[in-house]
Design a protein. Structure first.
Length: 269
């Protein structure tokens, strides 16, 4: 039986490259996102690479959609061996999610938090959770929890940085709470994807990574024996690095977890 991986945001960029590489490694890939017209061709590409795949309807901006998608996966009874929390938005988005959270926090962190939590019953012992983050998390000086319910200010740089800090803190706390699952936060580098605004892509030019290069450390953390015994760490270019001081704050990680659990329909904060 093929091992099973669930990848969010596989319609393009690093998500697509990750899904295809997992197919090449012999995985059945659950390709989760909002646009079947973008994702179905990726499912076919996964199959052509040697794996198999299926589309899962998932909107990370809606906690109702996240719960529904996760429950369909749990109902199938298949264990998940790899979960790649890849989908996200960059600094060119503004507004609130369906549930009233600032869009960067709501999509980049809270939607993935809820998905991972809901998939708990089928995350196999020894499963790996890989969450994409960014070196931009260094710009966030902690988390202003009151700010998370307000619309995005200006172009969203501060909000994006906060959401990326939340990604690292989530992985840190997940490793503490679920030691049977190996968890990794990965900065994939500056890759030429839709996440990067067009003007920045034009300026950066040839200095940017391809999506396949950006996916390399993601796949390495998802499958390599070299990191099998490590959990809760932050990686870039197959190298374990120290995240920011705020990303190493265990009290902040616990508070974020408790609040996220309450916000996504779990225990009260």
């Amino acid at each position: 039986m093929m091992p099973v991986a669930l990848v969010t945001g596989p319609g393009s960029g690093i998500g697509r490259a990750t899904a295809v590489d997992l197919g090449r490694a012999g995985f059945h890939v659950i390709a989760a996102g909002r646009h079947p017209e973008r994702i179905e061709p990726v499912v076919e590409e996964v199959a052509s690479a040697g794996g198999s795949g299926e589309f899962l309807d998932l909107d990370l901006a809606s906690l109702r959609s996240v719960r529904d998608a996760a429950r369909r996966v749990v109902a199938s009874g298949r264990p998940i061996d790899v979960l790649v929390n890849n989908a996200g938005i960059g600094i060119n988005r503004r507004g609130l999610t369906e549930d009233g959270f600032e869009v960067h926090f709501g999509i980049n962190h809270l939607g993935h938090f809820a998905l991972t939590r809901e998939l708990g019953p089928v995350l196999s012992s020894g499963a790996r959770v890989v969450s994409l983050t960014s070196a931009m998390h260094h710009r966030a000086r902690g988390i202003d929890f009151e700010r998370l319910r307000r619309p995005t200010a200006l172009i969203g740089v501060a909000e994006y940085a906060t959401s990326k800090l939340a990604n690292v803190l989530f992985i840190r706390e997940l490793a503490r709470r679920r030691p049977q699952v190996s968890s990794y936060a990965v900065h994939p580098g500056l890759a030429r994807t839709r996440l990067i605004p067009g003007p920045l892509r034009a300026i950066s030019g040839k200095g940017m990574l391809t999506p396949e290069q950006g996916a390399d450390t993601v796949l390495w953390c998802a499958t390599s024996d070299e990191v099998a015994s490590e959990s809760g760490q932050y990686y870039e270019q197959r190298t374990r690095l120290l995240p920011s001081p705020w990303a190493q704050d265990d009290d902040l990680a616990r508070e974020l977890w408790v609040r996220s659990e309450a916000w996504s329909g779990g225990a009260e904060a």
